[in-house]
Design a protein around this ligand. Structure first.
Ligand SMILES: NC(=O)c1ccc[n+]([C@@H]2O[C@H](COP(=O)([O-])OP(=O)(O)OC[C@H]3O[C@@H](n4cnc5c(N)ncnc54)[C@H](O)[C@@H]3O)[C@@H](O)[C@H]2O)c1
Length: 444
């Protein structure tokens, strides 16, 4: 293949070839790929739930020539409801977007895959994959997408245990070698206000401490239905099982912890904290806590005080704040002050964007041009690890060190994924699951 015959499509498909050295790197210059812009970028969606449906629509709403060609979900009903939503004559009702994207959907019955193994077949059919299952499966799916040489959008968190983090880090290194664009759904990185604040972070001098909050009422419950196997029940009600969800400190609070890591330019070296469950009692709530309070220590001596709570009728706050030697950054308000409280920068909130759309716009624009621009997986893994570190600290009540935890080999996953197989945690005779007890529970 000569350089001038190489089209954007070759780039889209070419990660594996590049890694193998079969195509010389200079072929990735933009000029080579503009000519191929008419090519269709094929998308596969893996995990067709609430966020997967939204992310898929955002991908289809980009300006590029894209087509959804394959879908995979553990459950047929979830896949069908996603397909119906995406394929609606009018998207206004559920998405606020007028019109439809029907001409960008081509998913006949034979390209709809159901069950635990469907992801491999869906990924094989695409140039770009959207990975949107519960985070417990992300390492497996990400690894496979990288192996198959695909560009990737994957939701946060990217794992639920240190073994999963190691798999994602290893696959992230291969994705870099293959020049596969990887965007992780930590969308504050794609949000105008955060991008403006981080540019100006030196105005507050050295960061000495930070605060992060994800406090609100909590999320959905999907109660047990008759005739479900234990595996199906846990897969449906996944939020409440650590192997699938990671607990809410991982599933939601990761956004805030990630912002602190991003502005600090580093990850914590140890953590200690406390947590438990006050209102999350009963059979529907699996094994997760409803509150965590963690003190994360960074190598430079600075501290992040982090709190997350899922308790109705308590103070709601989702935000981050930094204190430095010369001032403070208030992320939610888009504001920087000096230490006396005088405002020295105010982001114009009228210029805020929809970061969920922007992350797809930028990813697909890069792919269409043949640019290699995004390598979010390593940070996604390390910010996910930050949240896991916090969970290990609150579950055990001990000081947990990053290096020991990430290398602990802790693997929460079942050996077999099958509807009849036993998940890693099982209820007692009363239908209740074991819950971590600080002081007794060992973290690994
Ligand atoms: N960035 C954000 O702001 C944001 C917002 C919401 C959710 N999320 C993330 O998106 C992910 C999905 O969350 P959601 O709210 O869409 O949950 P959901 O339950 O609505 O959807 C998950 C889907 O994945 C399917 N699934 C489960 N295991 C699977 C497997 N092994 N193979 C294929 N499909 C499988 C489920 O059947 C379900 O349809 C989570 O990681 C969540 O943290 C991110």
């Amino acid at each position: 293949m000569s350089a001038d015959k190489t089209t954007r499509r070759d780039f889209v498909k070419g990660g594996t070839l590049l890694a193998g050295g079969l195509i010389a790197a200079p072929l990735l210059s933009r000029a080579n790929y503009f000519s191929g812009a008419a090519d269709t970028i094929k998308i596969a969606l893996v995990g067709c739930g609430g966020r997967g449906t939204g992310a898929c629509l955002q991908a289809l709403l980009t300006k590029q020539n894209v087509k959804l060609v394959a879908m995979a979900d553990a459950f047929r009903d979830r896949l069908d409801s996603c397909y119906k939503q995406i394929n609606a004559d009018d998207l206004t009702e559920w998405s606020g977007n007028k019109g439809n994207v029907k001409n960008k959907i081509d998913v006949p019955e034979e390209r709809k895959f159901v069950g635990f193994d469907g992801y491999q077949k869906a990924i094989a059919l695409a140039d770009v994959v959207i990975l949107d299952t519960p985070p417990g499966f992300r390492p497996i799916h990400f690894e496979d997408a990288v192996k198959q040489g695909k560009h990737i959008f994957m939701e946060k968190p990217v794992a639920t245990d240190p073994a999963g983090i190691q798999r994602v880090l290893a696959a992230a290194a291969i994705a870099k070698q293959k020049k596969l664009n990887v965007v992780v759904g930590l969308q504050r990185h794609y949000q105008n206000s955060y991008r403006e604040l981080i540019k100006r972070k030196d105005q507050i001098g050295e960061i000495t401490s930070a605060q992060a909050w994800w406090n609100n009422d909590g999320v959905w419950v999907r109660p047990r239905q008759p005739n479900q196997t234990e595996m199906e029940y846990q897969m449906r009600n996944w939020y409440y099982f650590v192997w699938l969800c990671g607990d809410h400190i991982t599933e939601q609070h990761i956004h805030n912890l990630d912002v602190i890591n991003w502005f600090k330019g580093s990850y914590p070296v140890k953590a200690q904290g406390m947590g438990g469950r006050e209102v999350r009692k009963g059979k529907d709530f699996g094994e997760i806590f409803d509150h965590h309070y963690v003190e994360f220590h960074y190598a430079d001596g600075s501290i992040l005080n982090s709190q997350c709570r899922h308790i109705p009728h308590t103070m709601s706050k989702v935000d981050e704040m930094f204190t430095g030697t010369k001032g403070k950054i208030f992320c939610g308000e888009g504001k920087i002050t000096d230490l006396k409280g005088n405002v020295i920068y105010q982001f114009d909130m009228k210029t805020e964007n929809d970061p969920y759309q922007t992350e797809h716009d930028e990813l697909f624009a890069a792919i269409a041009k043949g640019d290699y621009k995004f390598a979010d997986a390593e940070n996604g893994a390390k910010s996910t690890m930050t949240s896991i570190l916090g969970r290990l600290a609150t579950y055990s009540g001990q000081v947990v060190e990053w290096d020991k935890a990430i290398n602990s080999g802790l693997d929460l996953h079942p050996k077999v994924y099958d509807w009849a197989a036993a998940p890693p945690v099982l209820p007692n005779a009363d239908g209740l699951y074991p819950v971590a007890t600080p002081g007794i529970t060992k973290y690994a």
